[in-house]
Design a protein around this ligand. Structure first.
Ligand code: LHQ
Length: 265
């Protein structure tokens, strides 16, 4: 599937979804939103896809909401646009979907990630970034609060002090600092980003993907749980894993000193 604003390819169990408005730094329009959610759902529903990679075409990952007159008109003399409705219609379902799907999602942040563009990347499971990329909580510069899950993910990833600094000042955080701060998994040389992302994705796609989905479920639940609740959840998920083909295969391969052949069941 290829829409104007989003490209979609599948190779070796990995779906690559590319935001494709490079001349506007892949800023979100309704068309891009529609193409992106359709691509994520398509990858979710395709049994041959076992890992997703989200990246941007050109120099940027995504500059957040398209702020052009066409995309964000202010009514003359009236009040501003209903941004809450835009979040409810587009960004919130996207973030919920990225967090909720069982397949692992990698963000390959190839350049600047600003506003909702940064926070959509942070909603992915593993964030790899090009060394030249920057993460900008640009919202405060235009009189908005961080959205697309920013106020949820930022303090959990980098702690209160750094979350406040990023959100209130809106300065760009270079990818090497983002890695040091624990905002992202890893930063790599620009030229190595796509190879590194694909290698990581293929490793996940040939992994025990049912268990990887349950790991995601456990980590998603953790912030809202007590230790007791989390121990109960681990017990239940591990019970499921213990009965899986992949657990039997993993242990058998270990005993036979050979690489496992996981099937995701
Ligand atoms: C853009 C954009 C852009 C349109 C660059 N829109 N054209 C949710 C719901 C509803 C409403 C509001 O918001 C939200 C959430 C949000 O995402 S709010 C945050 C929105 N994003 C921003 O405030 C970031 C705006 N962009 C920038 O600050 C800069 O462009 C950054 C720092 C990302 C990159 O700077 P440069 O590398 O210097 O690039 P540039 O500024 O020259 O941009 C290149 C082109 O892309 C340029 O177009 P042009 O036709 O003049 O060449 C920009 O106008 C366009 N562009 N961001 N968000």
């Amino acid at each position: 599937m290829t829409t104007h604003a989003v490209l979609y390819t599948v190779d070796d169990g990995v779906a690559t979804i590319t935001l494709n408005r490079p001349d506007k730094l892949n800023a979100f329009t309704e068309e891009l939103h529609a193409g992106l959610i359709a691509a994520v759902i398509r990858a979710t529903d395709d049994p041959d896809v076992r890992c997703l990679v989200l990246t941007g075409a050109g120099q940027a990952f995504c500059a957040g909401q398209d702020l052009s007159e066409r995309a964000m008109a202010f009514r003359e003399g009236g009040e501003g646009p209903d941004i809450g409705a835009m979040l409810e219609a587009h960004y919130n379902p996207l973030v919920r979907t990225l967090r909720g799907i069982e397949k692992p999602v990698i963000a390959a942040v190839n350049g600047v990630a600003a506003g909702a563009g940064a926070n959509v990347a942070l909603a992915c499971d593993i964030v790899l970034a090009a060394r030249s990329a920057t993460f900008i909580q640009a919202f405060c510069k235009i009189g908005l609060v961080p959205d697309a899950g920013g106020t949820y993910h930022l303090p959990r990833l980098v702690g209160r002090a750094r979350a406040y600094g990023l959100a209130l000042l809106g300065d760009g955080l270079p990818a090497p600092d983002a890695e040091t701060w624990g905002l992202i998994w890893k930063c790599v040389d620009d030229a190595a980003l796509i190879d590194e992302a694909m290698a990581t994705a293929k490793r996940l796609a040939t992994g025990p993907t049912m268990a990887l989905g349950l790991i995601k479920q456990a980590l998603n639940a953790s912030p809202g749980h007590t230790l007791d609740q989390q121990l109960d959840l681990e017990r239940d998920l591990q019970q499921t894993c213990g009965k899986s083909f992949d657990y039997r295969e993993g242990v058998t391969a270990f005993r036979e000193k050979r690489p496992p052949r996981f099937e995701g069941r």
